[in-house]
Design a protein around this ligand. Structure first.
Ligand code: NAD
Ligand code: MG
Length: 386
């Protein structure tokens, strides 16, 4: 039987990598849903290539374009309910929309998919309470795709907190690792979006360039796994071959290495059949002679200091930080603010007189998350126009 697959955000970097893995083994997969926001041309091309049963275009403006081009596919738009599209549970959903916009579709997919692989870290950071509740209720397996979290999952199967000394998440340091600090304020969006090791969507590339991505990833790990929060550390590893490292209390250190290719975590969550072979470029061992590790320079990456306080600011603080960051990254990409303003304004919102009121809210529904998220978006935008 073919595995029934849905991809939320199929036109993005993770979505395309997922389809690339599937394209090598089309006879074993059936694409039952592809979704995109605006890129209707890519969506149409993918739907034709993979004979998708259903597609969803978020932006209604492109609905007719998609509808006219795809005669054999059911076409939906906007927030159409996945539960209505699928009468029975499908096998696997890749959640690869960027930003908090991915939370609602991710939750819907938990209701109608046996496995949900989540790349969309913003959903985990802001909505883990609800995601985990839904996963229990609907007996759905959640698998992390973010390379560090996929590695931690692999390294800590059947491991308890008492056996673990440290959990280390590596960071490449991005494009500005060796830039003199005084030049940081002048960097342009195109420079920040050019990651030295990974090809990714724009937003995560900017988050990587100032290491907000690692701030998100520590929170993400804390939500996903049951290890003590203080055990998580970040280390700079410019080559990005090592993704995560576990230091055990028995003196052993285990790490996972693989090429900077998201098809590797994707492949390993798509197949439960261990005999399947992924054809990918292997790491040449000679390259491992030059593995470097160093401490994070907090002057170069002040974002990392946010981790000293974010867990004590209230349950909705990550939602506020995420929303502010989404607004700020967008403004930076539009050249409305400078590179250093991103972290500066995030810190400013933590000090706002209304911050506590929203940060202390315990979010138990999408509605609660929206309240904190909306406040943060409006506040951030108003801070920046001054
Ligand atoms: P991307 O920008 O390349 O793609 C985003 C996808 O989401 C596109 O298909 C787009 O159409 C869709 N989308 C955007 N806004 C939407 C909205 N409002 N409603 C519905 N769909 C919308 O992003 P990406 O690099 O593929 O990243 C996707 C997610 O995976 C992010 O959360 C990112 O942090 C995470 N992630 C990515 C990588 C990577 O290598 N790219 C690695 C780890 C984690
Ligand atoms: Mg990552």
């Amino acid at each position: 039987m073919k595995k029934k697959i849905a991809i939320l955000g199929s036109t993005g970097s993770i979505g395309k990598s997922t389809l690339e893995v599937i394209s090598k083994d089309k006879k074993n997969f059936e694409i039952v849903l592809l979704t995109a926001n605006n890129n209707y041309k890519k969506l149409i091309q993918q739907a034709k290539q993979f004979k998708a049963k259903n597609v969803l275009i978020k932006n209604h403006k492109y609905y007719l374009n998609v509808k006219k081009s795809l005669k054999k596919t059911k076409v939906y738009y906007g927030n159409a309910s996945l539960k209505k599209i699928f009468k029975k549970k499908i096998d696997y959903t890749m959640s690869a929309i960027v930003g908090i916009a991915g939370l609602k579709p991710t939750l819907e997919s938990i209701k109608c998919s046996k496995v949900v692989a989540i790349a969309n870290k913003e959903s985990i950071i802001c909505g883990w309470n609800i995601i985990s509740k839904f996963a229990n209720k609907y007996k759905t397996k959640i698998l992390p795709i973010d390379s560090e979290h996929f590695s931690i999952m692999e390294l800590t199967k059947n491991i308890s907190d008492s056996e673990v000394e440290e959990i280390i998440i590596t960071a490449s340091g991005g494009p500005f690792l060796n830039l003199p600090i005084k030049k940081l304020n002048k960097v342009k969006p195109a420079q920040a979006a050019k990651h030295p090791n990974w090809k990714m969507g724009k937003k995560i590339s900017i988050d990587s360039s100032n290491m907000m991505n690692k701030v998100f990833e520590i929170i993400e790990a804390h939500k996903l796994f049951k290890f003590s929060r203080t055990k998580y550390k970040i280390i700079i590893h410019p080559q990005s071959y090592v993704h995560s490292i576990i230091r055990f209390k028995n003196g052993l250190i285990k790490m996972i290495l693989y090429n900077t290719d998201m098809k590797i975590p994707i492949f390993n969550t798509l197949y439960t059949d261990k005999k399947k072979i992924l054809k990918t470029s292997n790491i040449q061992f000679e390259k491992l002679n030059k593995l470097n590790f160093k401490k994070v320079n907090l002057k170069l990456f002040p974002s990392v200091r946010i981790l000293d306080k974010i867990f004590t600011l209230g349950p909705s603080a990550p939602i506020i930080m995420n929303a502010a960051n989404e607004v700020l990254v967008d403004l930076f990409l539009k050249k409305k603010i400078n590179f250093l303003d991103i972290v500066k304004y995030i810190n400013k919102i933590f000090k706002d007189k209304s911050f506590n009121k929203y940060a202390k809210m315990n979010p138990s529904s999408i509605k609660d998350i929206k309240i904190a998220d909306n406040w943060a978006r409006l506040k951030t935008a108003s801070m920046c126009v001054k």
